[in-house]
Design a protein around this ligand. Structure first.
Ligand SMILES: C[S@@+](CC[C@H](N)C(=O)[O-])C[C@H]1O[C@@H](n2cnc3c(N)ncnc32)[C@H](O)[C@@H]1O
Ligand code: SF4
Length: 458
């Protein structure tokens, strides 16, 4: 796939990433803990019925300068122990409100770096879920790991706790890049770590990469992708580096090395696409690649792919997300709610017997409709107006009127070969995947007149 340079100039504007709709920037602090707890009780009677658990472990031993995640840099083992104890209490507190006839379909450990914790802590928390909840047939139990903190014993422990996917944050194989961004270089090569995971047949492997960092070029990223494909992961993600120095001050330092120009970044996207599809992987959305027989690929073919803050999921594994830990965001059918901002505030409030929600959002019916449309665009590259309208008991014309939608709003995209449409459906082309966020923004009536700041789409 070739992306014309003129397209980049035209579409490289700030737009939300749409990992949720409305985006987290729209959450407000008048949404309270009481609102959240009420919504949790109500969630037992709304769809999807499944339970998806997100556990946030904020700790990292060193700050990578590009990092956009919610982290707490420390090596303090006592703090980690106290945090894990608070996490267990929060799981007990919220668990009392969740109907245990419902089943867990997903558990996702994110961060920060969950694997800076002693593995026994992870085992203790997993035990809380396995002994108190029912699970669907093939649940997804995933963990994000920094390879610099992994070894075989740790991997074996994760497998014994029931993990079905281990995700390694590789970012780049070049030490020059890792050093520039102040990231620890793993002592055990990634290929060897993957070999250790492969000894456990039920555990699949995901590798994360970022493009757009200092010293990366299209040629170097092509080599990185070749090396990655040779390791044969089940899934691979190529994140476009999101530069938001007004939120993440440490990112400013990367500007002194010089960041690749948007044109070079686009070439990196192109070479990743070429190398990964050449190696037999199927592109999913903008930045994911999976094997043809992966559940995610099958869901894309069936147009039943979903997404939450933790990434893509299938219709089977989709659940309402209950988040635990500092800054964790719950994504229920009717509300979003974000936990306490700092580790200290989180631990103090849990120890005082209170879950602290600092901000959130209650979705209106219109928000839910837009969320569904944006989900279809971002995940399935396809929209059937009739399908969405019937889901919300509307007529197609009424649905379009509600969104101030006129087909002519898509004409520029058609001219640029990014999508095709009829009055009944919209089909996004391969090239159109590059501007999925821009296409999604057409349906986002909140964006008009918004003063929020977003990263650029390229
Ligand atoms: C929580 S981290 C993964 C686990 C572990 N902390 C690590 O770094 O290996 C989640 C992923 O987010 C991606 N990421 C972090 N900051 C980013 C940014 N500013 N832009 C794009 N991707 C980013 C990285 O690829 C990273 O692997
Ligand atoms: S990229 Fe991962 S290891 Fe680095 S600071 Fe962010 S969360 Fe921590």
């Amino acid at each position: 796939m070739r992306i014309p340079l003129a397209l980049i100039d035209k579409y490289n504007v700030p737009v939300p990433r749409y990992t949720s709709y409305p985006p987290a920037n729209f959450f407000t602090d008048d949404f309270t803990t009481a609102d959240y707890l009420q919504a949790v009780k109500e969630s037992n009677h709304t769809q999807p019925e499944n339970i998806s658990i997100y556990l946030h472990i904020p700790f990292c031993t060193q700050l990578c300068l590009y990092c956009g995640c919610n982290t707490h840099i420390t090596k303090d083992q006592d703090m980690m122990k106290t945090y894990v104890e608070a996490l267990k209490k929060e799981i007990h507190m919220l668990g009392k409100l969740i109907d245990k006839n419902r089943k867990i379909s997903q558990i996702h450990w994110g961060g920060g770096t969950p694997n800076v914790l002693p593995s026994s802590y992870i085992g203790e928390i997993m035990e809380l879920f396995t002994s108190n909840y029912q699970f669907i047939d093939k649940p997804e139990i995933a963990i994000e790991c920094n390879p610099a903190h992994l070894d075989e014993a740790y991997i074996n422990d994760l497998a014994s706790f029931g993990f079905t996917r281990i995700s390694l944050g590789v970012q780049d194989f070049q030490e020059k890049v890792l050093n520039a961004v102040h990231r620890e270089v793993p002592e055990i090569p990634i290929a060897d770590l993957v070999g250790m995971i492969r000894k456990h047949p039920g555990v699949s492997v995901n590798l994360d990469f970022i493009y757009g960092l200092p010293y990366q070029t299209a040629a170097s990223f092509a080599e990185t992708m070749e090396k990655a494909a040779a390791i044969n992961p089940d899934r691979l993600v190529t994140f476009s580096y999101a530069h938001v120095p007004w939120v993440k001050k440490a990112q400013q330092k990367l500007e002194s090395y010089g960041l690749p120009e948007p044109e070079e970044k686009v070439k990196m996207f192109e070479v990743a696409w070429a190398k990964m599809t050449g190696a037999g992987y199927v592109p999913i959305g903008l930045d994911h690649y999976a094997k043809p027989d992966d559940d995610m690929t099958i869901a894309l073919k069936n147009r039943s792919l979903h997404r939450n803050f933790q990434g893509y999921c299938t219709r089977e594994t989709t659940g309402q997300v209950y988040a635990f830990g500092v800054t964790g965001i719950s994504q229920l059918e009717n509300v979003y709610a974000q936990n306490a901002r700092t580790v200290k505030e989180y631990i103090d409030s849990i120890n005082a017997g209170e879950i602290q929600v600092v901000k959130g959002y209650a979705l209106s019916e219109t928000d839910k409709i837009i969320r569904q449309i944006i989900n279809e665009v971002m995940c399935n590259q396809y929209l059937s107006w009739k399908q969405v309208a019937s889901q919300f008991n509307l007529e197609v014309d009424g649905l379009k009127a509600l969104l101030n939608f006129e087909e002519s709003k898509l004409d520029e995209f058609v001219k640029d070969d990014l999508l095709s449409y009829t009055t009944e459906e919209i089909v996004i082309t391969d090239l159109g995947r590059f501007v999925l966020r821009n296409i999604a923004a057409v349906f986002d009536i909140r964006l008009e007149g918004s003063i929020q700041k977003f990263s650029k789409s390229v």
